[in-house]
Each structure stands twice: as C-alpha cells, then as structure tokens.
Design a protein around this ligand. Structure first.
Ligand code: NAI
Ligand code: MG
Length: 492
C-alpha cells in the first residue's frame, strides 16, 4: 500500500512556529494496514508543554478581546481551507488510523470543516442575561473565556475530535494547547497548519507526544485553566484528579458499552442495517458510541441474527485507501492484541456461541496489517467480560430477553452510560424504553453519528459535561460573571 499521499515528517505548532521537541526525540507513525513506519513526529515532553502553555497564556491577553464575530470569521475561513483539502485530510487519516477512506476518513474530513463552520457561526451567540432585580439595580451576566484550554484527544476520529476542541474553545475567546494522540498525529498537524495560516500566533498550539510524558505534563500544568479530554475512562479519571488539585473545570468524553434493544416488531431489514451502523463496524467499532450489546427479543432472536450475519458478511475488509473497502484496520498492535484476546476468550467459553467471525486472518494480505473480522457471539450472559468491558473492536454480543423490564435492567447494568439504541415501530413503547435507559444519548430506529447542535456526552463513567452544541460550548468553555450595578445613587 503506497503511503505517498502523506508527508514523511511533521513538526508541532508551538508559539506560532513549527518546531521539533526540545529533546529532539521523535515518535514513529505506523500504518496499521501494513505495519510500515512512514513518518515521525516530535515527542513532546514537559519542557515543550511549558513553552506552549506560556505562549497560549500570552496570546490569551489579546485574543480574548478580539470581537467574537471576528473570531467567528477566522473559524469560517479555517472551515473553507479544510474543505478545500478534504481529500488530503481523508488520505492522511486513512493512512495513519487504518480507517477506510470511503466510509470513515472522507466523512470525517467533511465533518471537520462543518464543525468550524458551525462554531464560527455561533460567535455572536455568546450572550449573557439581565436579572430583574428592580428598577434601582442593573444586574447582568457575561460569558467570559476561561483562559488556556488543555485538550487531549484519542486516535479514533483524530481530526474531527481536534476540531471539536479547537473551534468552541476559540469561538468563546480561549486559547488552546492540544495534544494529539501518539497513534494519529499527522492529520491533526495538518489542521494545525491551517489554523496557523488563519489565526494570530500561539492562539492554537498543537503538541505531539505520549500520554505519560506530554499528556501528564499538560494536565498538570498550573497555567492550564480548563481541561477537556476524550479517551478512555481510566485516563479520564487521572485527568479529573489533576483538575481537582487545581480546581479547574474539566470535560470528559469517555468510554461506552452501549446497548441496543430490539423489540419483536423491528425484526426487519431496516433495523438490521441500523444495528450494523450503530455498531460502527465500518470504523472497526473503535467508537465510544458503538452499540456493542445487542438485546434481541427471544421470539426473533435467531431470525434477526441470521439477517444480521448476512448483512455484516457483505462488509468488505481491506486496504483503507481502496474505494471499495468498507472496513479497515485496528489502530495498533496493542489494541489488535486486546481485540484478539476477547475473541479467544469468547471462543473458549461453552456458554456463548460464535455466530460469525472469529480470530483474524493469519495468511494473505490482511495478515500484514491489524485486520480484525466482524465477530458476533450469541447467547452470552450480560455479566461476562465481553458484555461488560469496552472492547473497541468489532465484537458484538447478542443477549436474549423476554420481558422489557429485564432488558432495561441488563442495559443499565453497566458502569457506562454514553449511548443507547431502541428499535420498534411502536413509538410509544420505544420512547418509554428510551426514557428508562441510562445514557447521554438514545437513538430510536437509527444508528447515526453525532450531529452538530446536539449536546453530546455521557452519564455515569462515560463522562461529564457536554460538547458538540451551543449550550455545550457555553457550559464547557466559558464562565459566567455577574455584574451588579446600583442605579440609585443619592444626588451628589
Ligand atoms: P487513552 O485514553 O490512553 O488515550 C487517549 C489520549 O490520552 C491519548 O492522547 C493519550 O496519549 C492520552 N493519555 C494517555 N495517558 C495519559 C495520562 N496519564 N495523562 C494524560 N494523557 C494521557 O486511550 P488508548 O490507550 O489509546 O486506548 C485504550 C482504550 O481506551 C481503548 O481500548 C478504548 O476502550 C478506550 N478509548 C476510548 C475512546 C473514546 O472515544 N471513548 C477513544 C480511545 C480509546
Ligand atoms: Mg492508554
């Protein structure tokens, strides 16, 4: 697979310049579809973080006073520039993440432009309130920026997630230091390049580095006034501890093990297609919202699964850059081994039945990369590891239910609560169920991706705070100040 579409080296954006790390060390970037190392990026450490945070703090002093509409116009220009390079972004994302170009990488690039456009347009909506305290007093609130935002993102939709931190942070007048994920830094650095062209220096700083040195230093830096993290629940807890030490606000978008509840009247092809989409098979299910626990009513269990196997078998697994590919490769060897471990465990159990898939191909072109097959286990109980832990790979477990109370109880028996899906033609029944499920986002009769304008985020250990919307932006990236003015001074 040729990697010619992407640069072989990139540098970080720090204080308005493209730089190497202070130590000179680098991180290799691997193509998960063929295991080839095709680029290196700087390995940032505490010294780079310190420089970046100080630069962002310096830039904040003037950026905060740029009129919001003007900030918005810059974001709109970034949107246009991203759009003009959609194909470059898409190929870079596909090459570094293993996500298929047609089904994932290109839509991700398009959505990135849309994110900047959406938040650019919201710049005039940073409104405060007035309080009716009487004729002798004027009390009003202002939505003020917080300061330097420290943002840390994962690799599963890297450019889109970078945009979701940068655009709302800047729209509201903050500056930002963003750490890209070590497994997918190149698309994010491309985005940094565009930001650099359209923004004053040091408003956006983008570092590449590992979690344990760059990530820890960023979350612990005293100059960071707000932390925004997307990634695993495990690391999310560490970020929250760091936030607690300095009492800074924190937003966390963490993992999930999202349930799909299928009623008997949804034993139809549209629901099967919806389950395939909800499971995010075309992103190798490396999605926090993946509907990975399938609760099927007993009366349709076998028939529905048969249709699902038929539909899922149609997915073409292969070279992410090939237009005909539906499903690409798992991000790295560690995640690949983790996914294989779950499959092995499932195969070894007598109380679960393999319906399709299994261990990855061990010969032929697919064995050169981290390709996992879509895999379905049936008749699993809700309390084994495969039904409880976030696998972040294409393994679906199907669980039977007879009574909706049991289905809801099992759906809620999880420390996660990010997304959920309910499938029924009876909308009353579907909505009653949607309201009972513990999740930040429930979809009925569809398995789509997040939509701009929707306040997105989880409950329980899936996270805190909402992003993706006007309200989310105001809550997560501004702080309210009240100003109270006495209008009734005595005559001089
Ligand atoms: P991770 O949570 O370790 O990594 C996410 C980001 O956090 C990366 O930029 C990483 O460098 C950084 N990071 C890691 N340790 C850190 C620390 N101590 N302090 C500050 N930053 C730190 O996720 P990873 O290791 O890539 O994947 C492990 C599992 O996490 C996956 O199997 C999946 O279950 C879950 N995950 C969930 C995601 C989601 O969107 N909900 C995204 C990525 C992973
Ligand atoms: Mg990790």
């Amino acid at each position: 697979m040729p990697d010619t579409a992407v640069a072989t080296a990139s540098r970080m954006l720090l204080d308005g310049d493209f730089v190497d790390s202070a130590s000179g060390e680098t991180i290799p970037v691997q193509n998960p579809a063929n295991r080839g190392i095709f680029a290196h990026v700087p390995r940032a450490g505490a010294e780079d973080v310190d420089r970046a945070v100080k630069a962002a703090a310096g830039a904040f002093a003037t950026w905060r006073d740029v009129p919001p509409r003007e900030r918005g116009r810059m974001l709109l220009r970034i949107a246009d520039a991203v759009e003009a390079r959609t194909e470059d972004f898409a190929r870079t994302i596909a090459t570094e993440t293993g996500n298929a170009l047609r089904t994932q990488a290109r839509p991700e690039a398009a959505l990135t432009a849309d994110i900047f456009r959406y938040f650019g347009g919201l710049a005039s909506e940073l409104k405060g309130e007035t309080l009716p305290l009487g004729e002798h007093v004027l009390s009003y609130t202002r939505r003020e920026p917080i300061g330097v935002v420290g943002a840390i993102i994962p690799w599963n939709a890297p450019v889109l997630l970078a945009a979701l931190k940068i655009a709302p942070a800047l729209c509201t007048g903050n500056t930002i230091v963003l750490k890209a994920a070590e497994d997918a830094p190149l698309g994010v650095l491309m985005l940094a390049g565009i930001c650099h062209e359209h923004l004053p220096p040091a408003v956006v700083n983008v570092l590449t580095g590992y979690g344990e040195d760059c990530g820890v230093a960023l979350s612990a830096h005293p100059g960071v006034r707000k932390l925004s993290f997307t990634g695993s629940t495990e690391v999310g807890k560490l970020i929250m501890e760091q936030a607690a030490r300095r009492v800074v606000p924190v937003s966390l978008e963490l993992g999930g093990k999202s349930p799909s509840i299928v009623f008997p009247d949804a034993n139809e092809d549209w629901a099967v297609d919806g389950i395939v989409a909800a499971m995010r098979f075309t992103r190798q299910s490396q999605s926090c919202t993946a509907g990975s626990r399938l609760f099927l009513h007993a009366s349709i269990f076998d028939e529905f699964l048969e249709k699902l196997v038929g539909r899922t078998s149609d997915l073409e697994l292969g070279d992410p850059l090939d237009e005909s590919t539906d499903m690409g490769a798992i991000i790295n060897e560690k995640q690949f081994r983790k996914v294989c471990g779950y499959v092995e465990e499932g195969l070894g159990r007598s109380d679960a039945r393999l319906v399709m898939g299994g261990m990855p191909p061990d010969s032929g072109p697919l064995s050169e990369g981290f390709f996992a097959r879509p895999t379905i286990f049936a008749d699993a109980s809700n309390d084994w590891r495969l039904a409880r832990e976030e696998i972040f790979g294409p393994i679906l477990v199907a669980i039977r239910w007879d009574d909706i109370d049991d289905a809801v109880r099992m759906a809620n028996d999880s420390h996660y609560g990010l997304a959920a899906f309910v499938w029924s033609r009876d909308i009353g029944q579907a909505l009653r169920t949607a309201h009972r499920v513990e999740a930040g986002w429930v979809q009925v009769n569809q398995g789509m991706g997040q939509v701009l304008g929707q306040s997105y985020g989880g409950v329980k250990q899936s996270g805190i705070g909402r992003e993706f919307s006007l309200e989310g932006m105001l809550d997560s990236f501004t702080q309210k100040k009240s100003v109270t003015v006495n209008l009734a001074l005595p005559a001089p």
